[in-house]
Design a protein around this ligand. Structure first.
Ligand SMILES: *[C@@H]1O[C@H](CO)[C@@H](O)[C@H](O)[C@H]1NC(C)=O
Ligand SMILES: *[C@@H]1O[C@H](CO)[C@@H](O)[C@H](O)[C@H]1NC(C)=O
Ligand SMILES: *[C@@H]1O[C@H](CO)[C@@H](O)[C@H](O)[C@H]1NC(C)=O
Ligand SMILES: *[C@@H]1O[C@H](CO)[C@@H](O)[C@H](O)[C@H]1NC(C)=O
Ligand SMILES: *[C@@H]1O[C@H](CO)[C@@H](O)[C@H](O)[C@H]1NC(C)=O
Ligand SMILES: *[C@@H]1O[C@H](CO)[C@@H](O)[C@H](O)[C@H]1NC(C)=O
Ligand SMILES: *[C@@H]1O[C@H](CO)[C@@H](O)[C@H](O)[C@H]1NC(C)=O
Ligand SMILES: *[C@@H]1O[C@H](CO)[C@@H](O)[C@H](O)[C@H]1NC(C)=O
Ligand SMILES: *[C@@H]1O[C@H](CO)[C@@H](O)[C@H](O)[C@H]1NC(C)=O
Ligand SMILES: *[C@@H]1O[C@H](CO)[C@@H](O)[C@H](O)[C@H]1NC(C)=O
Length: 784
């Protein structure tokens, strides 16, 4: 009896002192591969092969840590090569190594800052000579007019060997990715150069798996404990969200009940005044995996040091990890880029996954675009290279004649059948959780009552405040929907923009498309001094203060007052207990990236949202498009599931008519999507991407993975041929887990089996043809 007591006390002491090992990081030595100099103090370096380079004065030196990963940067820049241009080089590891995670510090040098990003495929070779690809989305080192936002910022770059400076923000980027750990990696092959777009790698590091001779328990480590700028109301106070990521460092091949966490473990954070109000819960953590939980805390201050504690269901401490930097919540946002950059997409946005974008304006009157063009660009296309070889010009001449100018469309932009409740019912029934209304496109016609101009739907056209109608009705009738507003920062033909004009947004009145010696009107202009101060910034502020928009979805970027705007936006939101966000097209300090009619092929841990029209080529309504050409529910659902499996949101656009109606085919496709989401939503909303990968190259049919604290989702995108789904990748499933197919009427239990040696999963299903579009299999963890 006595012995037993002593024994348990010993265990308790042992466990209490069981500090977890720190997360392993080993730098890879790239020096022998280095073949380019990116930076210098005077512009003598040549990063892009065309004489442009970084100014070393703004780059950190020596060991540099980001997101708990240390990268080897030069102790001095400009004296020797400092990066490798990826071109098929092979990097051999010192010895075959099971990899848990791979880390990159990189930048692309595509010509003239375009494209925004491109894919670069690294290939891992394993001990049996099999290979797996890892695609690095290579962000370009700078971009204009939208900015590319990395982790190391410099205010400009040199051009022409230092003779010139380009004052666009110029960056270095970072990416960490899970790596397969069924086998040890022997080498990493770099991508070859394609299309002149070169990926420069400054530093790489690996996080090796832990490979004990015998594994009888999980090998836990804390990947990160990040004090975010997010909060949730807990008992009337703002509790800070601390994002804690717990890793099981064993290689995936050791997956078993013994080597996994499989009961309810409680994650808390404490120290330096920090107290946990609501802990995070981990129900399942298998070898090779990471789980991120949110811990709600109070009391954090600047530069304190907190510890993470993991307790098992008995309250026994399984592990602790200390030394995590505490950062308090921001109480006041100053117009300072370094502070505003810490802002991030709110939890509601991260959970919402699916939004509806609405392009509605004067361009909805002609509702025309030549093939593969945006209909909302009618005004620009009409005036760009006017003449018989311009299809928009020809169409305009045929349909309206040469006496009708763009502003004449105001009369026919009637909104006569617009009913905000009907739109909102449709958005809600489509299963979207937020919407973003275009409040002013590049043509400068605003859909709300702005003090800055009379070029509005209130003074002209329908004489209605359409933004107010939609946003206020939404707040009243659909309080669960979040409300966003698109705003174009530049305008094509605003006389006051001429001072700032660039590229396709020159400002200044348009020349009549049929008589170039005549200038077209810009109806509704009010006398102002400065476009940015008197129009752009006030318009942005009106939308978020008076109209309480929660998403500022800027377009184009370019000259801006984004820092002033963001600080007011965030302070106003804070004062009103709202959590809000803005995209990467406001010209500075973005919360999220916005690929357009494109998506990422790999998980991007940083927030992003992909947008596209239901129309194959246009956001605004294009009456040339046939019903069958619109994305149907199958296409929409597949895009949605693919995007969210890689950590994105999907913003699907519709284009109403000038009268304010949404055409039947668009309604049908939205409603079909909503029907599927109604029963499959548990595998969509409030899910997280799976650390180990969004999909499985080996499986048949095509599948995507998603996780929640208590479940793992396998969404199948095509109907399997023979009633069987086979997935090669080892998933975090253990005996006793229950699998159901989410169905329209009820959940349907399905049988599954996993081959222990290979990890191959087989799901037996029948009657899949009674469903449509996609099939969401939900695995409910057996929690011990
Ligand atoms: C520019 O800087 C480099 C690296 O520090 C140095 O070698 C070179 O002499 C400098 N060139 C000029 C013109 O100052
Ligand atoms: C892998 O390929 C190398 C080079 O082709 C060869 O020498 C080696 O035997 C191969 N190993 C296996 C396990 O097939
Ligand atoms: C940004 O780059 C563009 C394109 O090269 C250039 O026209 C513009 O002047 C640059 N902006 C600044 C502030 O230097
Ligand atoms: C909130 O307040 C209630 C009542 O005082 C208390 O029971 C509960 O534990 C509090 N919750 C948190 C997370 O502090
Ligand atoms: C406006 O509508 C009228 C009546 O439908 C039509 O005759 C006219 O062509 C339209 N004009 C424009 C500019 O759309
Ligand atoms: C708008 O639509 C709602 C819901 O369909 C309906 O109840 C209401 O009467 C409509 N309003 C008008 C002005 O037609
Ligand atoms: C702007 O429009 C309003 C009506 O909405 C009108 O009262 C006002 O006179 C207009 N201002 C100018 C300068 O035209
Ligand atoms: C073109 O516009 C100018 C200026 O308004 C006018 O003098 C001229 O007659 C117009 N040309 C034609 C062919 O209408
Ligand atoms: C739309 O359908 C019609 C009839 O099937 C066809 O002639 C036309 O080419 C289609 N339009 C497009 C843009 O595909
Ligand atoms: C939906 O669209 C896809 C892609 O265009 C097409 O293959 C499929 O047949 C369509 N489904 C239906 C039911 O029309």
């Amino acid at each position: 009896m006595n012995v037993l007591v002593v024994w348990t006390t010993l265990i308790a002491i042992f466990k209490f002192s069981s500090a977890l090992p720190s997360y392993p990081v080993v730098g890879l030595d790239l020096h022998l591969l280095f073949d380019n100099t990116a930076a210098s103090p005077n512009g003598s370096a040549d990063f892009d092969g065309k004489g442009a380079s970084f100014d070393s004065g703004f780059l950190p030196t020596g060991p540099w840590v980001y997101d708990n990963i240390e990268y080897a940067l030069p102790s001095e820049w400009g004296t020797s090569n400092d990066n490798v241009i990826a071109d098929g080089q092979i990097l051999y590891l010192d010895e075959p190594t099971f990899l848990h995670e791979l880390h990159f510090l990189f930048a692309g040098d595509a010509d003239s800052g375009s494209p925004v990003f491109f894919g670069s495929v690294f290939t891992l070779t394993f001990t049996d000579n099999s290979t797996q690809d890892v695609e690095l989305i290579t962000w370009n080192w700078w971009k204009w007019p939208v900015i590319n936002n990395g982790v190391i910022h410099t205010p400009y770059h040199y051009e022409s060997g230092g003779a010139l400076k380009n004052e666009n923000m110029t960056d270095i980027f970072q990416w960490s990715t899970a790596t397969p750990s069924e086998l040890a990696v022997t080498s990493i092959t770099f991508p070859s150069i394609a299309d002149d777009n070169r990926a420069h790698i400054f530093a790489m590091a690996i996080s090796p798996s832990v490979t004990p001779a015998e594994a009888s328990e999980p090998a836990l480590a804390i990947r990160r404990a990040r004090f975010t700028t997010l909060w949730e109301a807990v008992n009337g106070t703002r509790a800070q969200v601390v994002e804690v990521t717990v890793a099981n460092m064993l290689p995936t091949r050791l997956l078993s009940a013994e080597t996994s966490l499989l009961s309810k473990h409680v994650v808390s954070v404490s120290g330096s005044g920090v107290e946990t109000l609501v802990p995070g819960i981990v129900n399942r953590l298998v070898p090779g995996d990471q789980v991120t939980v949110e811990v709600l805390v109070s009391g954090s201050r600047a530069d304190g040091s907190a510890a993470v504690t993991i307790e098992d269901p008995n309250g026994d401490i399984v592990g602790t990890s200390s030394g995590w930097l505490t950062i308090p919540l921001v109480e006041y946002w100053t117009p300072d880029a370094d502070i505003l950059r810490t802002h991030e997409t709110p939890s509601w946005w991260n959970r919402a996954k699916f939004g509806i974008f609405i392009h509605w304006g004067l361009y909805s009157v002609p509702a025309f675009a030549p093939p593969s063009s945006y209909a909302e660009w009618y005004d620009w296309y009409l005036h760009k290279d006017p003449g018989p070889s311009n299809p928009t010009w020809v169409y305009h001449l045929d349909k309206y004649g040469e006496d009708i100018v763009y502003d004449d469309f105001m009369v026919n932009f009637t909104a006569s059948k617009f009913n905000a409740s009907e739109w909102l019912d449709l958005i809600d029934d489509a299963g979207a959780k937020y919407f973003v209304l275009v409040t002013k496109h590049h043509d400068g016609f605003a859909l709300w009552d702005t003090s800055t101009t009379n070029r509005t739907s209130v003074a002209l056209g329908p004489k209605r405040d359409l933004v107010r109608e939609l946003l206020e009705t939404s707040k009243a009738e659909k309080p669960h929907l979040h409300r966003g507003t698109y705003l174009s920062l530049p305008e094509w033909f605003n006389p006051d923009y001429a001072k700032y004009g660039f590229d396709m947004w020159p400002g200044g009145l348009a020349h009549n498309a049929f008589n170039s010696s005549e200038l077209e009107p810009y109806t509704g202009r009010l006398e102002i001094n400065d476009y940015l101060v008197d129009l752009q910034l006030p318009q942005m502020l009106e939308l978020v203060t008076t109209y309480e928009s929660e998403i500022m979805w800027c377009d184009i970027g370019g000259p801006n007052k984004a820092l002033e705007f963001a600080s007011e936006f965030y302070n106003n939101a804070l004062a009103n207990d709202r959590q809000v966000t803005m995209n990467n097209r406001c010209g500075a300090v973005p919360d999220f990236e916005t690929p357009e009619y494109s998506t990422f092929s790999a998980i991007q841990p940083r927030a992003w949202e992909s947008s596209e029209g239901m129309d194959p080529f246009s956001y605004g309504l294009n009456l040339q498009t046939n019903d069958s050409q619109y994305k149907n529910a199958t296409t929409i659902i597949h895009s949605l599931v693919d995007i969210i499996s890689k950590n994105g949101n999907y913003l699907l656009d519709i284009g109403p008519t000038a009268e304010g109606e949404i055409i039947p085919i668009m309604q049908t496709n939205l409603l079909d999507t909503g029907r599927w989401l109604k029963y499959s939503g548990r595998c969509v909303y409030d899910t997280k991407f799976w650390f180990q990968g969004s999909q499985d190259t080996g499986s048949s049919p095509d599948v995507r993975f998603l996780t929640t604290p208590g479940t793992f989702c396998i969404v199948v995108l095509s109907q399997p041929e023979d009633g069987k789904i086979v997935i090669e990748k080892r998933l975090p499933l253990l005996p006793g887990d229950e699998m159901v197919l989410l169905g329209p009427d009820s959940d349907i239990a399905v049988a599954w089996s996993m081959d222990g040696a290979s990890g191959q999963l087989t799901i037996d299903v029948v009657n899949m043809e009674i469903f449509e579009y996609a099939w969401a299999f939900e695995v409910r963890y057996k929690v011990e």
